[in-house]
Write a protein that binds this ligand. Structure first.
Ligand code: PLP
Length: 403
C-alpha cells in the first residue's frame, strides 16, 4: 500500500475528533511509578484538581470524577436523576444525542426523541412547543448535546435554558459537553445548566479514561429524592468525599490524575477565554480552506451556517467513495489520520464513504492546522479529486489575522 513516494515517516498526526493530541507534558507527567493512593502527594493533588476542573466548566457547583469514558458519564449523570418511568426530552442533532437518548431509554426512562437532522441546530420554537404541551410537567429533564461530534453541529445551550425559563418549566437542563469542553465556550452556571458531562480525551487533552459529571444544587435535590441510585454511579460521595478513597469508589486512577493536573495547568496558564478564542480562530481556518476547495469540486462543509458549527470538530461531505480514499491516502502517504464518518450514513452503505471529520480540539495550534490542511490539499491533488485552488492561501490569511 505504501508507495515509494510516501513521505509518511516522521511524527504522525492523529487529527480525529477524539482521542485528541496529548501534549508531551501530559505524557511525561503520567510516565511514573505507581504512587501511594492513601496519603501524600496524590491525595493533595486530587484536591487541587477539583477547583481547576470547575473553572473549565465555569461552575461554582459540584463535580464528580469517574473512571470511565464519555458513555460512562452519560450513564452516571442519568443514574443520579432519572428513575424508571421518568420522562425526558431529547432534541438531537446527530448520533450522540440519539445515543444518549437510547441510553436513557435502556435505563427505563420514557424518551421523547426529536430528531432535528444532521446539518443545523435544534429548532427552539419546536422544542418550546413540546415543553409547552407538557402542562403536567412530566418531562423531568431535557438532554442536549452541546457539540454533536458526528455532525459537528453546535447547539445553543443558553437559548435552551431561555426556552425552559420562559415557560417556567422545571425540567433539568442536562448538557453533553464531551466534545466541547475546553474548546467551545461553555458557561455552566451563567447558562443555567443543571448537569454537564465531559470526558478526558477531547478538549482536556488526556487519554480516555476519566469522566466528569458537574451538577448544581437543583440536580442534587433531584438526586436526593431518587428512590435509589446505583452505588458506583452515585455522585454524592464522589463529589463530597469524607476520605479520598470515596472520590473514586475504589482505586484512584493514579497516572491519569497526574496527567490531568498537567492538562489543567496548560489550560489555565493559557486562560480559558484564550483557549476558546484559539479554537475559534483555528476552526475558521479549517472552514476557509474547505469553502475554497468546495468552489471547484464535490467537497462541502456539513453545517452550512457558521453560527451552528463547532470550533472543535468539522464534518465534511464529499462524493463517495472519495472520503475513504482521501483518508487512506493521507494515512499511508503523509502520516496524517483523518476522522471517519459517524452517524451520517450506515457503515456498509456506500454513502458512508462520502463523509469524513477533522478534529481540531485541545492541543492544536496554527502550524498543526496548516499542516492538516496542507495534507488534505496534497491528497486532493494526488487523487485527482476536483477542488477549488487557493485553500491554503485562504487558511493562512485566517491564521495571519488578515481574513
Ligand atoms: C466522544 C463523545 C461521546 C462519547 O464519548 P466516549 O468516550 O467515546 O464514550 C459522547 N458525546 C460526544 C458529544 C462526544 O464527542
Amino acid at each position: 500500500m505504501k508507495s515509494n513516494t510516501s513521505v509518511a515517516q516522521g511524527r504522525e498526526y492523529l487529527a480525529i475528533p477524539g482521542p485528541s493530541v496529548v501534549p508531551d507534558a501530559v505524557l511525561q507527567a503520567m510516565h511514573r511509578a505507581s504512587p501511594n493512593i492513601y496519603a501524600g502527594e496524590l491525595v493533595e493533588m486530587t484536591h487541587s484538581i477539583i477547583p481547576d476542573l470547575k473553572r473549565v466548566a465555569r461552575t461554582e457547583h459540584k463535580v464528580a470524577i469517574y473512571i470511565c469514558n464519555g458513555h460512562g458519564t452519560w450513564e452516571a449523570a442519568l443514574s443520579n436523576v432519572l428513575a424508571p418511568g421518568d420522562k425526558v426530552l431529547v432534541p438531537a442533532t446527530g448520533t450522540f444525542g440519539i445515543g444518549w437518548g437510547e441510553m436513557a431509554s435502556a435505563m427505563g426512562a420514557k424518551v421523547e426523541m426529536r430528531d432535528f437532522g444532521k446539518t443545523a441546530t435544534m429548532d427552539m420554537a419546536r422544542v418550546g412547543a413540546m415543553l409547552e404541551g407538557d402542562k403536567a410537567h412530566e418531562i423531568k429533564a431535557v438532554m442536549a448535546v452541546h457539540v454533536d461530534t458526528s455532525t459537528s453541529v453546535r447547539n445553543d445551550i443558553a437559548a435552551l435554558r431561555q426556552v425552559l425559563d420562559d415557560l417556567n418549566h422545571p425540567a433539568l437542563l442536562m448538557a453533553d459537553c464531551i466534545a466541547s469542553m475546553g474548546c467551545d465556550r461553555f458557561e455552566m452556571d451563567a447558562w443555567g445548566v443543571d448537569v454537564a458531562v465531559t470526558a478526558s480525551q477531547k478538549g482536556l487533552m488526556m487519554p480516555p479514561g476519566l469522566g466528569f459529571v458537574f451538577f448544581n444544587e437543583k440536580a442534587a435535590e433531584v438526586r436526593r429524592a431518587m428512590p435509589r441510585v446505583s452505588r458506583y454511579w452515585d455522585w454524592t460521595l464522589r463529589a463530597d468525599p469524607e476520605d479520598f478513597y470515596q472520590h473514586f469508589a475504589g482505586t484512584a486512577p493514579t497516572q491519569h490524575l497526574y496527567g490531568l493536573r498537567t492538562a489543567l495547568d496548560l489550560i489555565h496558564s493559557e486562560g480559558i477565554e484564550h483557549v476558546w478564542a484559539r479554537h475559534e480562530r483555528l476552526a475558521r481556518t479549517v472552514w476557509a480552506a474547505c469553502e475554497t476547495w468546495g468552489q471547484g469540486g464535490p467537497l462541502s462543509l456539513n453545517v452550512p451556517e457558521p453560527a451552528h458549527r463547532s470550533h472543535a470538530v468539522t464534518a465534511i461531505n464529499i462524493d463517495p467513495p472519495l472520503a475513504t480514499a482521501l483518508r487512506e491516502w493521507c494515512e499511508v502517504n503523509i502520516g496524517l489520520t483523518l476522522g471517519i464518518s459517524l452517524g451520517m450514513a450506515t457503515p456498509g452503505d456506500p454513502a458512508w464513504h462520502g463523509h469524513f471529520r477533522l478534529g481540531h480540539m485541545g492541543h492544536v495550534n496554527g502550524q498543526m492546522i496548516m499542516a492538516l490542511l496542507g495534507g488534505i490539499d496534497a491528497g486532493l491533488k494526488a487523487l485527482d479529486i476536483p477542488h477549488g485552488r487557493g485553500a491554503l492561501d485562504a487558511a493562512s490569511s485566517v491564521i495571519a489575522g488578515v481574513a
